[in-house]
Design a binder for this molecule. Structure first.
Ligand code: G3H
Ligand code: 13P
Ligand code: ZN
Length: 314
């Protein structure tokens, strides 16, 4: 069942975080739905601009609609990830999205406010909620690369001002995470001090954590042992998801880790079976492995086991 992002946030706020997972194809969707059902967790499906181009936005919509029929117990929202203004309007007008993200975080504060406010006005007129972003994460997202040293944490005072001026419904904050597989050279903790200050100024307001993949070291080692050349890098500490959720982080974005599952499965499969050319056998393994991965993340986010209570509250 597709619900609004606001409904999910209302149930989760301060207790657990909803996992927001990107999909690009049917295999990812199958694994995501299976993992969510197995762990009895609500979730958010994210579609990026890149995903809409990779297949076609209509293909992705059809896959998601079909998955909700195949898995009737699933409760989820559909969200545009890292939208620009034009893509936000397209998704708002589509009638399919529960929420959109307008990402103008690379623009100066006033410009970010102006763009976000325009999107909020259009979205709210149709009952769709808006995630905006303030601050700058490190790493790679779409075609933008931000070096670790140039990432800039969200200023808590600016965050309050930004929310007041834009009327956005949730805020993606930079609190020490980073996009992609090459996040940190060493172990790094979230900036809980900054998170506390943001929560103090924006009580009861859902915060979003992008760049939350953990880049599991065993996954990277297996990929490299099967011919990959993924440079060593650390990700977000998964044991910090839940403490962050208790401080108002209500949505946690995880995409890269799923890609690593895909890479590991396919590299290992074709290395072990060099005569194979059928994509379905590794595809089946990927779906099962991705489902396991999703279920494990939902446990760490605290969303596992919430499905029945959420259903009763709707
Ligand atoms: O933060 C970006 C997400 O991981 C989506 O990645 O733009 O390559 O689809 P993508
Ligand atoms: P990761 O690259 O850490 O998975 O982050 C994904 C993300 O923030 C999607 O918006
Ligand atoms: Zn992101």
């Amino acid at each position: 069942m597709i619900v609004t992002t606001a409904q999910l946030f209302k149930h989760a706020y301060g207790k657990y975080a909803v996992g927001a997972y990107n999909i690009n194809n049917a295999e990812q969707a199958m694994g995501l739905f299976q993992g969510a059902i197995e762990s009895k967790a609500p979730f958010i499906i994210q579609i990026s601009k890149g995903a809409r181009k990779y297949t076609d936005k209509r293909m992705l919509e059809a896959i998601i609609r079909a998955a909700s029929v195949i898995y009737p117990d699933a409760i989820f929202a559909v969200h545009l990830d890292h939208g620009d203004e034009e893509t936000c309007y397209d998704c708002i007008d589509s009638g399919f999205f529960s929420s959109v993200m307008i990402d103008a975080s690379h623009d100066p504060f006033e410009e970010n406010v102006a763009i976000t406010k325009r999107v909020v006005d259009r979205a709210h007129a149709k009952g769709i909620s808006v995630e905006a972003e303030l601050g700058m994460l490190g790493g790679v997202e779409e075609d933008i690369v931000v070096e670790e040293g140039n990432a800039c944490l969200t200023d808590p005072d600016e965050a309050k001002l930004f929310v007041e001026q834009t009327g956005c419904d949730s805020l993606a904050c930079a609190i020490g995470t980073s996009h992609g597989a090459f996040k940190f050279k060493g172990r790094q903790s979230l900036h809980f001090d900054v998170l506390d200050k943001i929560k103090e100024r924006l009580p009861e307001f859902p915060l979003v954590m992008h760049g939350s993949s953990s880049v599991p070291q065993d996954e990277v080692a297996r990929i490299n042992a099967a011919g990959g050349e993924i440079a060593g890098s650390m990700g977000v500490d998964v044991n910090e998801y839940l403490p962050a959720a208790k401080k108002g982080v209500t949505k946690v974005n995880i995409d890269t880790d799923g890609r690593l599952v895909w890479t590991r499965v396919h590299r290992e499969f074709f290395q072990a079976n060099p005569e194979q050319f059928d994509f379905r056998p590794p595809g089946k393994i990927f779906i099962a492995e991705y489902a396991k991965f999703i279920a494990s993340r939902n446990v760490l986010l605290g969303s596992a086991g919430q499905l029945d209570d959420l259903r009763a509250s709707l």
